[in-house]
Design a protein around this ligand. Structure first.
Ligand code: DGY
Length: 325
């Protein structure tokens, strides 16, 4: 059986696959175009894709032998899952293994923005540190503030644990309300609407998937509802935020700051964000720890192996759609 891995990755996943199948590993970026992928996909039984791999309807239809797409990510908005389902091609992702790393990164962004870490360090490196200053780089404290979490799945909950540890109050909005015991466990209070969450939060952290409903959920109107010193954190998906509207809000100082790991048109970053104040921008690194990336690799490979070897109950938690048969 033939497996296409779109590009090299850390971890043992590729070796696990090579021990069983005829594996092709692309160069970084080689399969980031639909045309290129469409040309070759017809001879493969499995595809191990990255977020940058456009697994479109045309690619899926060209994949006549394709049985599984295993995405090296928890998000799978790069895959046309409806067409995959229609064609009976299973789609898997890598949940759970990256939860802690992603929540750590969201919190790192939050602390950097709240305490103006990037700006202060830049000044020091520029030789502008002239000694302790009573007014130097005044930031904001997290303790006692309200963290609003939009999307209370695994990563949202991991963020809640961290926020509670920092003495923050926690509000959340999610597709479904948590069970009372989980609300208690995460010290989290449900609010009925995103509008209410946006209005009440000192820190708004996004942990929802990208869906038609969440695209531009944080738009001009909602940015205007935020408190003037509130901080927005996005480690979910770029298009959840209207980047142009966010850049405008930052330039006008109508919100306190933003920490972003994801962007609307990656790898492009809106030019007005690059010049915006109170803003920390990272190149989509939330899951980038050696431990997490190794676990993602093993999980992505094991989904392919279990599926191609007909043991469908192995790695079931990773299955997005079950092959029709
Ligand atoms: C994901 O897994 O969806 C992250 O955004 C990339 O690791």
């Amino acid at each position: 059986m033939r497996v296409l891995v779109t590009e090299p990755q850390p971890g043992k996943g590729i070796d696990l696959l090579k021990a069983r199948y005829d594996v092709t590993v692309g160069e970084r970026g080689e399969y980031d175009s639909e045309e290129r992928l469409g040309e070759v996909i017809g001879s493969y039984h499995a595809l191990l894709s990255c977020l940058s791999t456009p697994v479109t309807s045309d690619v899926l239809r060209a994949g006549k032998k394709l049985r599984i797409i295993s995405n090296y990510a928890v998000g799978y908005n790069n895959i046309d899952v409806e067409t995959a389902r229609e064609l009976g091609i299973l789609v898997s992702n890598t949940p759970e293994v990256l939860t802690e790393a992603t929540a750590d990164c969201a919190f790192a962004l939050l602390l950097s923005v709240a305490r103006r870490i990037r700006e202060a360090e830049d000044r020091l490196r520029a030789g502008e540190f002239d000694g302790w200053h009573p007014f130097g780089f005044l930031g904001t404290e997290l303790s006692g503030k309200t963290a609003g979490i939009y999307g209370m799945g695994r990563i949202g909950r991991a963020f809640a644990r961290r926020a509670h540890g920092f003495g923050m109050k926690i509000l959340y909005n999610n597709l479904e309300r948590l069970k009372p015991e989980d609300e208690k466990k995460y010290h989290a209070r449900w609010v009925d609407s995103l509008d209410e969450l946006v209005r009440e939060s000192d820190v708004l952290s996004l942990h929802c998937p990208l869906t038609p409903e969440t695209r531009h959920a944080i738009n001009k109107e909602r940015l205007a509802m935020m408190k003037q010193d509130a901080i927005l954190i996005n480690t979910a998906r770029g298009p959840v935020v209207d980047e142009a509207a966010l850049a405008e809000a930052l330039h006008e100082n109508s919100i306190g700051g933003a920490g972003l790991d994801v962007f609307e048109m990656e790898p492009k970053v809106h030019p007005d964000l690059l010049t915006a104040p109170d803003c920390v921008l990272l190149p989509h690194i939330a899951s980038a720890t050696r431990e997490t990336r190794a676990r993602m690799s093993a999980l992505a490979a094991s989904s392919i192996i279990s599926h191609l070897e007909g043991k469908p109950d192995h790695a079931i938690p990773t299955l997005v759609y079950q092959r029709n048969s």
